[in-house]
Design a protein around this ligand. Structure first.
Ligand code: GDP
Length: 295
């Protein structure tokens, strides 16, 4: 998905890498190209501005390392700043409590239900945990069925929620049931709406207060670009989320959301969804993503 950005930056870097001497002018030219490439990839304007400024400051202020040409050094700085922009180190999940609660939130259609099932599978396979799935979206009855279907396909137990129940009650009862039946991670699939909505936010805040989740993961559809970033900021402001899952990274999204969401919210991207199948969820590694972008 970062392909066009990669091609574009590759051209810029090919030109600059060979320079034995860097002048303020050719750094400016290169950074102008970097700026354009990022904007075309739909990265938030302010994020691009700050990014280019940081690279410029470091490039101009630094002694040239003997082992690198000045051109290579600029490329190195862009690479390091790109890793920083994407969040530095890969972030682990907080699964200390028993059962640990992971609350999954986001707009309708962003991929919450699918992500809950994918995470449950990953937690069982790779973290050797015993997950318990909780359908708590009572407004879209199909969501409950959808999670139950995925749960039985994966052979992971799910709480028997019904649409007439209150979502906070469902989550509390499910937590009790998970404790009783020896499950050590509870995944709460909460309701979404098409747009940010006060009633929904109040309900999510009540679920948070009642269940004390170690993780609140905001699910963002990468295909929605800048919108994903705006919505993430709103959810984060109300719920103080602990991390972000970017879904549909297998589509032709231009990467802007991935590059902006961390900077705008201050929260790490923890996972990326890379397809519709239950195994299509990857831990997000900022360094690998930066390398992929910069070639
Ligand atoms: P929810 O309303 O937030 O619970 O969203 P769903 O989990 O129902 O997902 C909405 C649609 O997005 C479904 O058709 C999913 O198969 C699809 N989807 C979710 N994650 C991904 C992903 O990473 N890649 C792709 N291609 N599709 C996804």
């Amino acid at each position: 998905m970062f392909d066009s950005l990669t091609d574009r930056l590759d051209d810029v870097f090919r030109k600059i890498r060979g320079h034995a001497r860097l002048t303020e002018e050719n750094v400016q030219t290169a950074l102008r190209e970097v700026r354009l490439a990022l904007l075309e990839a739909d990265v938030n304007f302010k994020v691009v501005k700050d990014f280019v400024e940081r690279v410029r400051e470091r490039a101009m202020g630094q002694d040239v390392l003997k082992s690198l040409t000045p051109g290579q050094q600029v490329v190195k700085i862009v690479h390091e700043e790109m890793i920083e922009l994407l969040g530095g180190q890969a972030q682990e999940l907080d699964l200390k409590a028993s059962p640990a609660v992971i609350m999954v939130v986001g707009l309708q259609g962003s991929g919450k239900t699918t992500t809950c099932a994918k995470l449950a599978l990953k937690l069982r396979r790779e973290f050797k945990r015993k997950p318990y799935l909780v359908p708590a979206d009572v407004y879209r009855p199909a969501a409950i069925d959808q999670l139950h279907k995925l749960a039985s396909q994966l052979d992971i137990p799910a709480f028997p929620s019904t649409p007439d129940q209150n979502p906070v009650d469902i989550c509390l009862a499910a937590l009790e049931e998970a404790r009783r039946s020896g499950h050590d991670v509870v995944l709460l699939d909460t309701a979404g709406r098409l747009h940010i909505d006060q009633t929904l936010m109040d309900e999510l805040a009540a679920i948070k207060a009642g269940t004390n989740p170690g993780e609140i993961l905001f699910v963002a559809d990468a295909m929605t670009g800048q919108d994903a970033v705006t919505v993430a900021a709103a959810f984060n402001e109300r719920l103080d989320v602990s991390g972000i899952v970017l879904t549909k990274m297998d589509g032709d999204a231009r990467g802007g959301a991935a590059l902006s969401v961390r900077q705008v919210t201050g929260k790490a991207i923890k996972f990326v969804g890379t397809g519709e199948k239950v195994a299509d969820l990857e831990v997000f590694h900022p360094d690998r993503a930066a390398s992929r972008i910069l070639g």
